[in-house]
Design a protein around this ligand. Structure first.
Ligand code: ADE
Length: 231
């Protein structure tokens, strides 16, 4: 890849990488800050998108248009949906879906955007296998490859989690991944989403999120760091 785009939604999710970025050059578009530099000798653009699907979509399109990113990695935290996941565990996206898209009244399945070729956005096979390899090295036995569900909602309800798992087959839920994936899909740019679980999206989610976000964000970064070494 010529330039690798790396996105986190919150400061905690980009902090460690930002501190290790060499030859840093920083500028701002649409209120979003982009840091160009070298990480492990590789050309990267690191950015904090802000929270939610619109922020993440705008951030990704600018990353592609203005910074010529030809691969995109999202790094951050999520709420666990698959019951086999524990706090700290990693999800590597095989695909992603916007779980809050609901045109079921017109007969479209939940999560499906009408008149679009795909109902979910597949992640890139090479980036997935690089992430899996990194996972085996850094957190053996604690990485799951699966579907990431995104929506403009912080989920903190066990019954919603059950529905997201049963109806959409999600591994985890967050607020940006599938919109990054949609923009990458529209531009034919490979992507993968790496998420470490900060909570279980249940009644304790707000407490767990506050306690574990930094640790989980750093675990996600550890996967990205290992990927960049060999990319
Ligand atoms: N990010 C981390 N935990 C989350 C949750 N429970 N819902 C949505 N986004 C999250």
């Amino acid at each position: 890849y010529g330039t690798i785009g790396i996105i986190g939604a919150m400061q905690e999710e980009i902090e460690l990488l930002l501190a290790q970025l060499d030859d840093k050059q920083t500028d701002c578009h649409a209120g979003i800050t982009y840091h160009q530099g070298l990480f492990k000798g590789k050309k990267v653009v690191l950015t904090r998108s802000g929270v939610g699907k619109v922020n993440a979509a705008v951030c990704t399109q600018l990353l592609i248009d203005r910074y010529s990113a030809d691969a995109v990695i999202f790094t951050g935290v999520a709420g666990a949906v698959d019951p086999q996941l524990n706090i700290g565990d990693i999800v590597i996206s095989t695909s992603s879906v916007q779980h809050d898209v609901d045109v079921t009244a017109l007969g479209f399945p939940r999560g499906t955007i009408p008149y679009q070729e795909v109902s979910e956005y597949p992640s890139d096979a090479r980036l997935i296998s690089l992430a899996e390899e990194a996972g085996r090295k850094v957190y053996p036995g604690r990485c799951l490859t699966g579907k990431v569900l995104s929506g403009d909602q912080f989920i903190a309800d066990r019954s919603v989690v059950k529905r997201l798992f049963d109806e959409l087959g999600g591994a985890c839920t967050e607020m940006e991944g599938a919109s990054v994936a949609q923009v990458c899909y529209m531009n034919d740019i490979p992507h993968v989403i790496i998420r470490s679980m900060s909570d279980k999206a249940d009644g304790s989610a707000h407490v767990n999120f506050a306690e574990f976000t930094i640790e989980a964000a750093n675990r996600s970064f550890a996967i990205v760091e290992e990927m960049i070494k060999v990319i």
